[in-house]
Design a protein around this ligand. Structure first.
Ligand SMILES: Nc1nc2c(ncn2[C@@H]2O[C@H](COP(=O)(O)OP(=O)(O)O)[C@@H](O)[C@H]2O)c(=O)[nH]1
Ligand SMILES: [Mg+2]
Length: 282
């Protein structure tokens, strides 16, 4: 983070950009602060959803940029994103990748670009509006005391779409319980893809070691943060179903998930011993 250690950058609020977080200086005075946030949005065939999401995000009183990572969507999402980039010049950019490469590399490449671009905080969310943009403000408010904030369906106040069949609710809840049991950590919704990271947190994580894609990518990242003794917080979210377009998660990915969680447990046995000393920035 920019500025002297222990102090947060003080930024004058711009018209239309209310301050969103407060921090304490060493002298204990409260300072208004506006974090520079980049929202990384992976897209694959999200042409109906993307303009709505972008509009909703840019209407938030946050200092926010958007980075879309599009994997050659056949429905023209990439072209639409280019048009949006033309409209919102310095606030919107697109990373075009030639083919569907999965969430792990989409997010990791997006995070890297966002950090290079000077983001102080990096959000990740689905393009399909199942991650409600306004919650980002609540997440920002928590980032003073937390190293990463997860939008959680499974803390008090959180919920999933009422239309979900019982088996789907059970599968999702079971996935989270299973991960908690195997990995022995206390993140209630470790499969959630709605998150806000301090850039410092991502910098301290050995991202080149992350292997899982799909749901387990989210689990692996949350576990890694916990192992490295970062403070992981959860805020309740309602998770409505996507209304438009189709989910790209397949049964194969879900079946793979259970195995991958075991691999995650095995893969980080060294970090379990090292704790916070395993961070790549000390
Ligand atoms: N760039 C990229 N985006 C993807 C890929 N797979 C899924 N997405 C996007 O990642 C987000 C999560 O996928 P989604 O289909 O909503 O999964 P679900 O929420 O579990 O049903 C959405 O914004 C998708 O468009 C991929 O391979 N590459
Ligand atoms: Mg989704």
């Amino acid at each position: 983070m920019a500025g002297s250690p222990g102090l947060h950058r003080v930024v004058a609020t711009r018209p239309g950009h209310a301050s969103i977080t407060r921090s304490h200086t060493r002298s204990g005075r409260r300072r208004l602060q506006l974090l520079r946030i980049t929202v990384v949005i992976p897209t694959y065939n999200e042409i109906e959803n993307l303009p709505r999401l972008v509009k909703a995000l840019f209407s938030l009183p946050l200092d926010l940029k958007i980075l879309v990572v599009d994997d050659g969507s056949a429905d023209g999402t990439g072209r639409l994103a280019d048009e949006l980039a033309g409209l919102h010049r310095d606030r919107f950019s697109v990373l075009h990748r030639p083919a569907k490469g999965g969430l792990r590399s989409a997010y990791l490449e997006g995070f890297r670009l966002a950090m290079q671009g000077g983001a102080e905080a990096i959000a990740q969310m689905d393009a399909d509006l199942s991650h409600q943009p306004e919650v980002l403000q609540v997440m920002c408010g928590r980032l003073n005391e937390c190293d990463v904030v997860i939008g959680s369906r499974y803390v008090v106040g959180g919920s999933v779409d009422q239309s979900w069949a019982a088996w789907r609710k059970a599968l999702s809840a079971f996935g989270n319980l299973y991960s908690r049991a195997i990995l022995g950590f206390d993140v209630r919704d470790s499969t959630s893809g709605y998150r806000l990271w301090r850039s410092e947190t991502l910098r301290g994580m050995p991202l080149e070691r992350v292997r899982a894609s799909g749901y387990v990518f989210q689990v692996e990242m949350a576990y890694l943060a916990t192992l490295l003794e970062y403070k992981v917080c959860e805020v309740p979210i309602h998770f409505p179903d996507r209304r438009l377009g189709r989910s790209k998660m397949s049964l194969a990915i879900q079946a793979e998930a259970a195995m991958r969680v075991l691999q995650v447990w095995w893969q980080y046995r060294d970090l379990r011993r090292q704790g916070g000393r395993g961070r790549t920035t000390l």
